[in-house]
Design a protein around this ligand. Structure first.
Ligand code: F6P
Length: 541
């Protein structure tokens, strides 16, 4: 069944008209004043979290048109096609079935395969954790073979085996690996070589160097100290790895933390918690598959992304988790969103007349407040902010904790939450020049007129945000949070009519690098553009 591209729908024209007539007038303060029920209407529960979308720049009519767009573009049918295993990644002729990785046994496509590897991997995890011989586990992988585990392990610190240190090496810059090697001993270290293709230059280079270090440092028994997670089991065997946990080409790299790529997560958390992570994601899959459009949180967020990007003209969104464990979430989401939806042709290869992926970026609160929030509040661009607030902290407290120390940590958690709440308030309400003029500004220069100072201290306000509220960051709620973002990315990609599951844009640089590598040794710059030739000469000088 073919569905129209978003710009060929009646709803798209309606959205354009709606934006032209009202877009510039959307004022959150007026929307709240006019509709006392706005928070209730736009607060949506989903597994593991509640989404408060009341401070987004949209009104009732915007949402109606957006849902019309979803219907005309056949979002539900496209979702069902993905979940059923249709080959929707057409440019690679592949299905897209990361959801199958978290379906309970006996449910979903490829259940036997999936649970065969999962059971086997978790049996290995149980054995390693029981034996307790490894003090350090080093995951060597990049992109989707790194960012998921690297994000999840610190996020779930409270659940992590405290006897073991987890390291993530990704960069081909030797500094990354060398710094880890200086902290570990061969006899007590497990290396995981994580690569879907087992050909990625950075990972292969780091894997070779790690193996060389292991042998040089007197390590024996490579078979015990090196394992691989890959779809290319033969290549892993050629590298000399005998224990390999496989996965399949229908698992995209950036969607792979649920597969064998999750091995470091499972080793950190144990099998029960790893299964809870999968179950949390599965609960979100069910919500995505069954909730009606108006209450389907991933669909609502995907629609919001299209509205913001194509009509409101917002070019980026800022991820602001008020939870230090989620500090790598912005980096994880960068790959998920920008590698998926950073495309300029539609599924038929036709150039797109509209914008696609927004830039995703961010830092955990409260750190971001002391870095880039100035721009969010008073800069000339409007950047929607996505707050993640967590009711209960979930970090590991120091062992000996007096009541006094406990009270201080409790205070800190309240401070954290108050900061997140305050930023969202400040973004929305702003501060008028009259309000600023009526306030004391003890640090302001006495040389300038008070009205000039007041203009500097004015906040425009009406800056959009949304809040995802979690009770606690647990394996299950984190699984749901990540799956929510996966599905949201699918929805905006499907509306844009692009293939969200290929990544041809990373190929050109890889090919050129192969060509340049020998030139750095030989100094041969013949046939190169002048800028590259000059830089090579300077680097070799
Ligand atoms: O950056 C391109 C990419 O192919 C990503 O999509 C992928 O996650 C990453 O490289 C790593 O690839 P592999 O797991 O095959 O080493």
């Amino acid at each position: 069944m073919s569905h129209p591209r978003c710009d060929q729908t009646v709803a798209w024209q309606a959205l354009a008209g709606h934006h032209q007539a009202h877009g510039r007038e959307i004022d959150l303060r007026a929307l709240f004043a006019d509709d006392p029920d706005r928070v209730r209407r736009l607060t949506m529960p989903a597994p593991g979290l509640v989404a408060d979308l009341s401070r987004c720049h949209w009104d009732v009519a915007t949402r109606e048109h957006l849902m019309g767009l979803a219907r005309e573009c056949g979002i539900e049918a496209r979702r069902d096609a993905m979940l059923a295993g249709d080959p929707i990644n057409a440019t690679e002729g592949r299905a897209v079935l990361h959801t199958a990785l978290r379906a309970p046994k006996g449910q979903g496509p490829h259940s036997e395969l999936v649970h065969g590897v999962l059971d086997c991997m978790l049996a290995y995890v149980d054995a390693v954790r029981t034996e307790g011989r490894f003090t350090d586990i080093v995951n060597i992988g990049i992109g989707g073979s790194d960012l998921g585990p690297q994000m999840v392990v610190p996020a779930l610190e409270a659940f992590v085996d405290a006897r073991v240190r987890f390291h993530f090496v990704s960069n081909v810059d030797g500094q990354d690996l060398a710094s880890v090697l200086s902290q570990v001993k061969p006899a007590t270290t497990l290396f995981i070589i994580a690569s879907k293709t087992f050909t990625t230059q950075e990972t292969m280079a780091n894997a070779q160097a790690a193996r060389q270090w292991f042998v040089d440092a007197g390590g024996t028994d490579i078979a015990t100290h090196f394992v691989a997670t890959t779809t290319h089991v033969e290549a892993a065997a050629q590298f000399g790895v005998t224990t390999t946990f496989g996965f399949w080409d229908w698992v995209g790299g950036r969607y792979s933390l649920w597969s064998a790529i999750g091995l470091p997560i499972a080793l950190a958390l144990g099998s029960e918690h790893f299964r809870a992570l999968l179950a949390g994601a599965h609960a979100m899959d069910q919500h995505f598959a069954t909730a009606r459009l108006a209450a389907n949180v991933p669909i609502q967020l995907g629609l919001l992304d299209v509205w913001y990007r194509n009509f409101m003209g917002y070019t980026s969104r800022c991820i602001s988790p008020y939870h230090n464990g989620l500090r790598r979430l912005p980096a994880y989401l960068q790959q998920l969103v920008m590698e998926s939806n950073g495309k300029c042709v539609d599924a038929d290869g036709q150039p797109l007349p509209y914008a696609t992926s927004e830039v995703v970026w961010g830092e955990p609160g409260t750190n971001g407040q002391h870095a880039f929030y100035q721009m969010l509040h008073q800069g000339t661009d409007v950047i929607p902010v996505e707050f993640i607030l967590v009711k209960r902290p979930s970090f590991r407290h120091p062992e000996a904790m007096s009541p006094a120390l406990r009270a201080l940590f409790d205070d800190q958690h309240r401070m954290l939450l108050a900061n997140g709440l305050a930023q969202a308030q400040a973004l929305m309400w702003g501060k008028t020049t009259a309000e600023a003029a009526g306030e004391q500004a003890p640090t302001a220069s006495k040389d300038l007129a008070p009205e000039v100072i007041a203009r500097h201290r004015t906040f425009p306000g009406n800056r959009p945000s949304l809040t995802l509220l979690l009770d606690e960051v647990t394996p299950s709620t984190l699984g749901a949070l990540v799956a929510l973002h996966e599905h949201r990315t699918f929805v905006s990609g499907a509306l844009w009519g692009i293939n969200s599951f290929d990544q041809w844009g990373v190929e050109l640089g890889k090919a050129l690098c192969k060509e340049l590598l020998p030139r750095l040794s030989s100094g041969d710059v013949s046939g190169l553009d002048a800028a590259t030739a000059s830089l090579i000469q300077q680097l070799r000088a």
